[in-house]
Ligand binder design. Structure first.
Ligand code: MRU
Length: 350
């Protein structure tokens, strides 16, 4: 399995996901600006992967300031602020940066910056290592939801190894359930406009010989109507206290279709994707991206010049469409406000 993020010898290697599946190429990040640019351009993407990349970005930035004790603390705050501006929706980005700054804040300002940088590097490594473990746990809990053999599932976007440090969330569950013989086929929405489903999810699954059928986004309803899938599994970028879930644009439509067809709709996400500060999905900032992503396909313009374009990168699925949310601490069921409050108060996540 290819790794999206590798930290080696003080350099962050990011698998350039905009080139997949045609080319496997890593970007060597030696400064925080390259990391910020990679997040902005979706060269590294997926909520947990963005968080881990930003954590290492902060290490690279702090390292540049190591010889300047005067500027170290203000510089660190400025770099953190710049990294926060790269993408607005996935809360894992802010979670990881907050976690890094909390580590730095344990040192007083007279401390040798080299000591703080070493602590930051340890924390970024811990964030990456924990993500692997967390995804394994999510996968095991999620696979328990599949009791019937000969199951086909549908997924949207990419919540796989590429979107995380390893294994994946929704795709981790699928991998695990497949290895247990509980899933026989995965239907993958291509996921316009940037084709994370076609380019990344279909590729990840095909590499492991998991049977995959690629469909365009507008085919999902018909596939459900014909009884070709028995469950939907997706990841998340931010989950509000009431269980509303922001995920890749198109997820909401899939959830509505699933409900209409009586198909369970599962979300798999780590606790770092929950935003305990917001009451509902109405408070989730939705990224809007460049019009070019919609007006072109494969680099070729397909829309008339000058046409108005709306390009939200995410949507919010209201909690009533969600059958269960799979976390590393177990499976949450409605009513979500209670289940998520219990999770937030749980000793395990403190
Ligand atoms: O714009 P992207 O490709 O970063 O969007 C990714 C998604 O929406 C994923 O489903 C989500 O981040 C979960 S990844 C485990």
């Amino acid at each position: 399995m290819l790794q999206s993020i590798i930290w080696s010898d003080g350099v962050l290697q990011l698998l350039n996901q905009t080139l997949l599946p045609a080319k496997v190429e890593y970007i060597s990040c030696r400064d925080w600006q390259t990391v910020a640019e990679a997040i902005r351009r979706l060269e590294v993407r997926g909520a947990p992967a963005i968080g881990a990349a930003a954590a290492f970005g902060l290490v690279l930035g702090a390292r540049e300031l190591i010889t300047d004790k005067e500027k170290f603390w203000t510089g660190l705050t400025e770099i953190a602020a710049a990294l926060r501006k790269t993408r607005p929706t996935a809360v894992n980005l802010f979670w990881a940066i907050d976690r890094m700054l909390l580590v730095a804040s344990r040192y007083d300002q007279g401390t040798d910056p080299a000591i703080v940088v070493a602590a930051l590097e340890d924390e970024a490594k811990a964030i990456a290592a924990e993500d692997k473990e967390v995804n394994k746990k999510i996968s095991l809990y999620g696979a328990q939801l599949f009791t019937r053999d000969e199951y086909a599932v549908l997924t949207h976007c990419n919540a796989g190894a590429l979107a995380t440090v390893a294994f994946g969330t929704a795709l981790g569950v699928i991998r695990q359930a497949w290895s247990e013989g509980k899933i026989k086929r995965v239907f993958v929405d291509e996921t316009r406009p940037l084709l994370q489903g076609a380019r990344l999810t279909a590729w990840e699954l095909a590499q492991e010989n998991i049977p995959v059928t690629l469909i365009t986004d507008n085919m999902a309803g018909w596939v459900m109507k014909k009884g070709m899938v028995q469950a939907v599994l997706v990841g998340a970028d931010r989950i509000a206290r009431n269980g509303d879930v922001a995920n890749k644009i198109g997820t909401y439509s899939v959830a509505v279709l699933a409900k209409e067809h009586g198909i369970p709709f599962f979300v798999a996400a780590p606790v770092s994707t929950f935003d305990f500060t917001i009451a509902s999905g109405a408070d989730i900032p939705i990224e809007e991206r460049s019009a070019d992503e919609v007006s072109s396909f494969g680099g070729i313009r397909v829309a008339p010049d000058g046409i108005d374009i709306f390009n939200p990168a995410f949507d919010v699925t209201p909690n009533e469409y969600i059958t269960a949310i799979i976390t590393e601490y177990g499976v949450l069921r409605p009513p979500y406000d209670q289940a998520i409050a219990d999770l937030a108060n749980s000793e395990k996540i403190k």
